[in-house]
Ligand binder design. Structure first.
Ligand code: NDP
Length: 446
């Protein structure tokens, strides 16, 4: 019954959004859990909430011209997807990467709606970015691009309307240039972006939040099964913001992290990455902007060109790089090697087929919209601090982050329990859906 309804629904999505494979995948993953729920709750069906929630409230696409260091004109495309504002201002990151297109940003904006709802904070969902590639560009070129990007975007955002943040390719440097241009154009100092520098409106723990939050979430999943991180071998992909702080928290909780990667390859450090080695990674990636291969050269460990970590034996895996990085065969290998938990630091890193493998094996699978919600949660806390013009201590923010990740886990339990097993994907999808759907019902046909 539900299967045929889902196929019918997906057919319409594919016809209406042609060529947007990642968006189709994200919608399918959500409707698999939400359609059976709606069948039992006809008020949502009658109000066509599902049909409305998959349609962005607004899509903005724009030209971004800029001058490179050789005074040549470059042209990129900019986007902002304002997906849903039923429970608060649009909120979600900006991604600068050559693979960025409309379909990828719609998938990310769609996921963001459910994720933000789960955080318990009043934030709607959005996402944006550009096909600009910051890799290999000088600081001056990155600044010129960011200024041009904001010269169009500023008219569509605001502290009570839409508050962007970082994502792949957008870190502290880019947020600084974007904020500077917004401030100049609008002549006001407001919390219009999150992930700001600590001296100019940023929140402590924001850089750490996604990685720390993901580890806190997996800790809750393990606790529920009577397990802990102590002595567990963990694999992490990526070596950017999310990966770095996932590793830091795992080390603090007694786990042994053996991998990191980037778009060129994978390092496998059997001895484990310790705090000193992690400090080297932070300097390598955030200051020198080098390749992870240098880690293997410095510490004499194994390096594999163009490989992902999923063939390496571990108790817990943390995909923290990009979408669809765990395919069906990777998921099978992880399960075969005894992996009992997966915490998705990245957005949609596991394919639908891979997720099925994890569910069938009944391991703890923490989907991105729940596991990586700590980043946007602390962005929400940054917005609160900006509005109140106060600055909370590290301990205060970390405590609130911990409480939020615990609350997300509780929502997953509420909606995802299937006998002894917890289907966290179902729990997160329904938990995230209900709050937004109820707000949409309350607010009428908008
Ligand atoms: P960063 O840009 O800081 O790091 C991304 C990392 O992933 C880099 O190591 C990068 O390698 C690698 N990577 C990116 N694309 C590819 C690819 N196609 N193949 C192989 N490796 C790749 O981004 P973040 O750490 O911020 O984001 C990582 C993931 O986490 C993304 O899915 C993002 O959407 C998600 N996320 C981020 C949040 C945040 O607060 N930052 C919040 C929630 C989710 P290289 O340097 O070689 O490109």
């Amino acid at each position: 019954m539900s299967d045929s309804k889902m196929n019918e629904f997906m057919k319409k999505i594919i016809a209406k959004n042609p060529g947007e494979a990642e968006f189709h995948e994200a919608v399918q993953e959500v409707v698999e859990s939400v359609i059976p729920f709606i069948e039992k709750n006809p008020k949502y069906k009658k109000a066509k909430i599902l049909e409305r929630i998959v349609e962005p409230e607004r899509v903005i696409m724009f030209r971004v011209p800029w001058l490179d260091d050789k005074s040549q004109i470059q042209v990129n495309r900019g986007y902002r997807i304002q997906m849903n504002s039923a429970i608060g201002p649009y909120k979600g990151g900006l991604r600068f990467h050559p693979t960025v297109n409309l379909g990828i940003l719609k998938f990310l904006a769609f996921e963001q709606v459910f994720k933000n709802s789960l955080t318990t904070l009043p934030m709607g969902g959005g996402k944006g970015g550009s096909d600009f590639d910051p890799k290999g560009k000088s600081d001056n070129e990155v600044m010129k691009f960011c200024q041009s990007f904001m010269t169009e975007l500023f008219r569509h955002i605001g502290p009570d309307a839409d508050v962007p943040a970082g994502d792949i390719g957008v870190g502290g440097r880019e947020i600084g240039y974007l904020f500077g241009q917004y401030r100049r154009l609008c002549n006001e100092f407001t919390g219009v972006l999150t992930g700001k520098g600590i001296n100019w409106g940023g929140s402590l723990i924001r850089p750490e939040a996604t990685g720390y939050g993901c580890v806190y979430f997996v800790q809750e999943m393990l606790k529920f099964r009577g397990e802990s991180f102590e002595g567990k071998v963990c694999t992490v992909s990526g070596s950017g913001n999310v990966a770095q702080y996932t590793v830091e928290k795992l080390i603090q909780l007694g786990a042994k992290v053996v991998t990191l990667s980037d778009s060129n390859g994978l390092i496998y450090d059997e001895q484990g990455i310790d705090e000193k080695k992690l400090a080297f990674v932070l300097e390598l990636k955030n200051v020198r902007r080098g390749r992870i291969k240098e880690y293997a050269q410095k510490y004499g460990c194994k390096y594999f060109e163009n490989k992902r970590p999923w063939g390496i034996k571990c108790h817990a895996a943390f995909p923290s790089a990009h979408e669809n990085e765990i395919e069906e065969n990777d998921a099978e290998t992880l399960v075969k090697h005894g992996c009992i938990a997966v915490g998705e630091g990245a957005n949609m890193p596991t394919t639908i087929e891979g997720i099925k493998v994890f569910h069938d094996a009944k391991i703890c699978y923490g989907p991105g919209k729940a596991a990586n919600a700590g980043g946007v949660a602390v962005s929400g806390l940054e917005m609160s601090q900006n509005s109140m013009r106060v600055s909370w201590s590290r301990e205060e923010v970390d405590k609130k982050l911990h409480e939020i990740m615990f609350a997300i886990h509780e929502q997953c339990l509420k909606y995802g329990k299937e006998g002894d097993h917890v289907n966290y994907a179902k729990g997160a999808n329904i938990g995230g859906f209900v709050k937004v759907a109820d707000a949409m019902l309350d607010q009428g046909l908008v």
